[in-house]
Design a binder for this molecule. Structure first.
Ligand code: NAD
Length: 429
């Protein structure tokens, strides 16, 4: 195979995409793969940018921009979330789609990787405006999505309601109900038990595995945990840690960080959030207020970044006091921070392993929907745990074999699976 000349579109100044490409280059350097195959797996298969109008409550019309990227579809239909955020851009979506390819391969799901997003602040819009936006965006994506083509799910700024609107719009277009076109739906229209909690729960499964591997024998109440982000992933991870008796000493969201060295009452904080008019922890009493930057540097045993990309950097990594980092978010650690953590002996359980619980239960939801046969929560969690622990073992075995950190090991494992499947299929024509 002959490597092609990389088009200029593939040079990027976006730090998230730079991180994803850097991680890829590092991982493939350990694999003896043909150059053409390495190039093929590096770049997105197809991308769609859409500009579309949405009628606002005021009667005015606003134009929004959205994206959907299919990174790799060798292992099956593509899978990945839809993000609503003002920070969304095409390069970020490319990075997230690439990570989805590796994540699905790592946990052995029959999926490729995709991601989508719309440049919008969902907190600034009414339910009706969000419904209008989601429905029009779905209809713009209809040429790319489908239960056997590409299956969206929630991500930052979207939730089960967003998926219900997407599923309904798709179904209205084709003329019959197609629950399997999205995952992360409400249970009453074909969602899976446990999907809402799955990503956060999976983060804690990985945390427990990592503590076991580090031979930590302290009881949970003596192990302090900090969680950045209190949305789907962060609040469910915090809740699960709290329920298991760990001391969650700090959490944060867009409104800042909340710290109590004796431990926070996570249940109380979640109740507060559901009633909050600002949809944030703003005004929560019962904790000392800290900034999001300070939160990352507080003393703790385990740090769970579960908000945004690029939080742990070459600048702050040397001040992080956690002994273990479990990545709930996608891409929270920059490559320079990875190097510092490796030198300091801080274990990082990488995103594509630590937050794979979400896509795993999304897969369960898709399978249950296609079979129209639904499992109870215990069954979902039992299967989830088995898959994540097996993936964790695969990653640690690869880390030992190549003498690399867990992130590089996870990527080597996943990329090699996609590579071998590609070689087995061969290139068309
Ligand atoms: P979410 O929208 O439910 O929650 C995001 C949280 O981050 C909110 O609490 C928000 O207030 C907070 N936040 C936003 N800006 C912040 C800032 N500057 N500092 C601190 N906190 C801030 O999103 P989510 O679904 O929980 O996703 C969080 C991360 O997890 C993303 O990286 C996402 O890609 C990743 N992820 C999500 C899932 C899933 O199933 N939802 C699965 C895998 C990975």
């Amino acid at each position: 195979m002959v490597a092609h000349v990389v088009p200029s579109i593939h040079t990027t100044s976006d730090p998230t995409y730079q991180t994803a490409l850097h991680q890829y280059d590092r991982a493939v350097s350990y694999l003896n793969l043909p150059d053409g195959l390495v190039e093929f797996m590096k770049w997105p298969r197809r991308e769609l940018t859409v500009n579309f109008p949405v009628r606002l409550d005021s009667g005015e019309t606003q134009i929004f921009t959205g994206f959907r990227v299919h990174h790799n579809t060798v292992l099956g239909p593509s899978k990945g979330g839809i993000r609503y955020s003002t920070h969304v851009n095409l390069d970020e979506v490319r990075a997230l789609a690439m990570w989805m390819s590796w994540k699905c391969a790592l946990v052995n799901l029959p999926y490729g990787g995709a991601k989508g997003g719309v440049i919008v602040d969902p907190r600034a819009h009414s339910l009706m405006e969000l419904s209008n936006l989601t429905r029009r965006f779905t209809s713009e994506l209809i040429i790319l999505i489908g239960p056997k083509i590409d299956i969206p799910a929630p991500d930052m700024g979207t939730n089960a309601q967003t998926m219900a609107w997407m599923m309904d719009t798709y179904s209205m277009t084709v003329g019959y109900s197609v629950p399997a076109v999205v995952t992360g739906k409400p249970i009453n229209i074909g969602g899976s038990a446990g999907r809402e909690e799955a990503t956060g729960r999976g983060v804690i499964v990985c945390m427990l595995e990592a503590l076991r591997q580090q031979n930590v024998i302290k009881s949970p109440k003596d192990i302090s945990v900090i969680v950045q982000g209190f949305g789907n992933v962060g609040s469910n991870a915090a809740q699960r840690a709290y329920d298991l008796g760990f001391k969650v000493v700090a959490v944060s969201d867009i409104s800042g960080g909340y710290y109590n060295k004796n431990g926070l009452n996570i249940r109380d904080m979640r109740d507060y959030l559901t009633k909050s008019p600002t949809k944030s922890l703003e005004g929560y009493r019962g904790a000392e207020k800290v900034t999001n930057a300070e939160l990352l540097e507080l003393p703790c045993d385990v740090l769970i970044p579960a908000a945004l990309e690029g939080q742990l950097t070459g600048e702050n990594a040397s001040r992080v006091r956690a002994k273990l980092i479990v990545e709930g978010a996608n891409g929270p650690t920059m490559p320079e921070a990875d190097d510092i953590f490796r030198d300091r002996g801080i274990m990082v359980v990488p995103d594509i392993l630590a937050n794979a619980g979400g896509v795993t239960v999304s897969y369960f939801e898709w399978v249950q929907g296609l079979q129209e046969f639904f499992w109870d929560e215990d069954e979902v969690y039992r299967r989830l745990e088995r898959i994540l622990i097996r993936a964790f073992d695969d990653v640690t075995a690869t880390a030992e074999r190549y003498n690399v950190d867990l992130r590089t090991a996870a990527q080597i494992t996943a990329i090699n699976r996609v590579a071998q499947a590609t070689l087995t299929r061969g290139f068309y024509p």
